[in-house]
Design a protein around this ligand. Structure first.
Ligand SMILES: [Mg+2]
Length: 257
């Protein structure tokens, strides 16, 4: 098992709707697939919900300084500005919250509020793992037939900790933790796995990170949407591709593979 980190960042923002997916497209068969890679956050386990809840709580804490809607929008701006420097994860998120609190309060934020934010970050880091429905059964069945990979971006220590706590580690042949998911990173992964791109299938909840770059290098993508998607991860272009499938849950894969 190997761990890889990269420093490539894609700063483009997109907005996405499902409305124009062509259902009559002749899809490529899946018989060549050798390796199936799974995204982790909101594909294997619940994640985004924790961040949305933390943002809501933060904007309640900030209500003496600015209204909730404005707080959300300005916080997102600060997070986007910091993303190239900090990367993804709870620790970068908390630094952005602290920066926002200082800015919104014009430097008057009490130290006790900063302590509250740090305390909540520690709670988030230590939160129990909530697996998504059917994911363990899906991995168990597929791991008997395919090489499975976990491919995630974010904080190395945090993602490793979540994987161990999830109990899913034994199903994976290889773990890939990158700072961002780009075509270059997926091509590196495919090369490392010693397969062709057409033998690679990526499964994930983010069209932008898990699907589009994989389709672009000639791989297959299964999009399994999670009910909450971070604005940064949403894209505008509808996915209309012979190597793409939209599933309502990971367990549907067992009917296709
Ligand atoms: Mg995800």
């Amino acid at each position: 098992m190997a761990f890889f980190i990269s420093t490539v960042h894609n700063k483009t923002l997109y907005f996405y709707t499902f409305t124009n997916i062509h259902k009559d497209l002749a899809l490529m068969p899946l018989s060549k697939i050798k390796v199936i890679a799974f995204d982790a956050d909101d594909t294997l386990w619940v994640n985004e919900t924790l961040f949305r809840q933390a943002e809501r709580e933060f904007c309640v804490l900030m209500q003496d300084y600015l209204p909730e809607e404005k707080c959300n929008a300005l916080l997102f701006e600060i997070e986007m500005k910091n993303l190239p420097l900090y990367g993804y994860g709870i620790k970068p998120f908390t630094l952005s919250l602290i920066e926002a609190a200082i800015k919104f309060s014009k430097g008057n934020i009490p130290v006790s509020t900063i302590e509250t934010l740090i305390g909540r970050a520690k709670k988030m880091l230590d939160a129990p793992i909530e697996l998504l429905d059917g994911i363990e059964q899906t991995l168990e069945v597929l791991s008997q037939k395919y090489r499975l990979v976990m491919a995630t971006k974010g904080d190395l220590l945090d993602q490793e900790r979540k994987l161990i706590k999830s109990g899913l580690e034994p199903y994976f042949h290889h773990i890939e933790i990158v700072s961002d998911k780009t075509e270059k990173q997926y091509q590196r992964l495919v090369n490392h796995l010693d397969i062709q791109a057409e033998e690679f299938l990526m499964v994930g909840n983010s069209v932008k990170s898990d699907i589009l770059p994989v389709l672009a290098i000639g791989g297959h993508g299964f999009h399994v949407p999670f009910h909450t998607t971070w604005a940064h991860e949403t894209v505008k272009e509808p996915v209309n591709h012979v190597n793409f499938r939209l599933l309502s849950s990971a367990i549907e894969m067992l009917n296709l593979l």
